[in-house]
Design a protein around this ligand. Structure first.
Ligand code: SAM
Length: 376
């Protein structure tokens, strides 16, 4: 990754990757031409903002996306791929669908020059029925549980190898391989040759990916739970980037997620020994995404910065608190214990530790926000 030279330091690094905080367009512009093997991403979706009606905003969304798309095209190698996971959208207030994701794919081809290598469908069986008004109340639409995943490429021949994403054979296919198959003409007239009984170490997958979004054992969700932090609301399951990382790249290749969110792509790339770059605009998402790399040297963040902000902490205080070490927290804990157990008044306590009474209160408030088991 030595050939990447960014003006800004990464928020964190791992053995294989670097995570940057800020507008992805700024970082993309700093990347050399033809330097990325795979862009795997789930962009922010259109029609999410309030007061958005009809398809007018779809056009705005596509214009917004095109600035990124042109950069994606430039930074991809000729053998590279762009994989975009994009959910459909309902037109607010009526039981009909927006066409924005179809318009987007059409613009990615017409305006940015991408080829559609293949479309995939991600079926999430654990998706809750929505929008409730049409699906569960009036019962005039069915559950919307499939996302389109567009696999685009810079040339008609991106690097790909389906042997790396084989699925285990079905039980009937395993039996057939064990017992052998006698070549014969099927009732349809279709001739199935002896090759059919050759063991290819797995079945070629279809373009329908069935993946429930129910990961709960990973270090990201565990640490979010432990630190009472709200996880990123739109994470994709590991299986999704994993399929494309394995299918479209080799170990040592570079994978980029320009809308990284909680950085599932980075985690998958790391585990598969691919280099990765993650760009994300929202600080709390990127900071907490570090939870995905528990073995890395940097300490995990102690606070949910978003909650600190909501609780009215000033920017300066926030930054100062970020620098504080765990030892400092141990000290504040001890202070609090004295306050509770020894029944020392706030006044005595602040005098004993040469602190303003208000500072002591702020410190306790901070600790109770950031440490779930802190006595209140
Ligand atoms: C759908 S989420 C991605 C979730 C991610 N795939 C995951 O599994 O956690 C889209 C992300 O894009 C981020 N985003 C939006 N505009 C951005 C920009 N201009 N630069 C970088 N990130 C941006 C949002 O903050 C959001 O976290």
């Amino acid at each position: 990754m030595d050939h990447f030279d960014f003006k800004q330091a990464p928020l964190y690094t791992t053995r294989y990757g670097m995570a940057f905080l800020g507008d992805s367009l700024d970082f993309l512009r700093q990347l050399p031409d033809a330097s990325i093997d795979l862009i795997m991403t789930s962009p922010p979706f259109a029609l999410k903002r309030k007061k958005e009606y009809g398809n007018v905003h779809a056009t705005e969304y596509i214009d917004w996306f095109m600035d990124f798309a042109l950069e994606f095209y430039r930074v991809l190698k000729d053998t590279g791929s762009l994989v975009v996971d994009i959910g459909g959208s309902w037109i607010p207030g009526q039981p009909t669908r927006s066409l924005y994701h179809f318009e987007l794919i059409s613009a990615l081809s017409d305006r940015a020059g991408f080829h559609l290598a293949q479309e995939f469908f991600w079926y999430n069986p654990s998706k809750l029925p929505s929008p409730a008004e049409w699906v569960t109340v009036r019962r005039i639409r069915v559950k919307d549980a499939v996302n389109m995943v567009w696999w685009l490429s810079k040339t008609p021949h991106p690097k790909a190898n389906n042997r790396r994403v084989l699925k285990p054979y079905s039980e009937s296919m395993k039996k057939l391989l064990e017992n052998g198959y006698k070549a014969k003409l099927r009732p349809s007239g279709h001739d199935i040759s002896e090759n059919f009984s050759k063991n290819n170490k797995g079945a070629i997958p279809a373009n329908l990916l069935v993946l429930a979004n129910t990961d709960s054992n990973g270090s990201y969700l565990r640490q979010c739970r432990e630190q009472s932090i709200k996880p990123h609301p739109a994470r994709f399951p590991h299986g999704l980037p994993e399929f494309f990382v394995q299918f479209l790249t080799d170990p040592g290749d570079v994978v980029l997620d320009p809308f990284a969110g909680s950085n599932v792509t980075g985690e998958v790339a790391e585990n598969n020994e691919r280099h990765w770059l993650a760009f994300e605009l929202v600080e709390r998402y990127l900071r907490t995404s570090r939870f995905r790399f528990p073995d890395e040297a940097q300490p995990a963040p102690l606070f949910d910065l978003y909650e600190l902000e909501e609780a009215g902490f000033e920017e300066e205080t926030k930054e100062a608190h970020q620098e504080m070490s765990r030892e400092f927290f141990a000290l504040v804990r001890a202070l609090h214990e004295q306050f509770v157990q020894d029944n020392i008044s706030m006044n005595d306590l602040s005098e004993r530790f040469s602190l303003e009474e208000n500072d002591v209160i702020e410190l306790f408030k901070l600790l109770s926000l950031s440490v779930p088991d802190f006595p209140r």
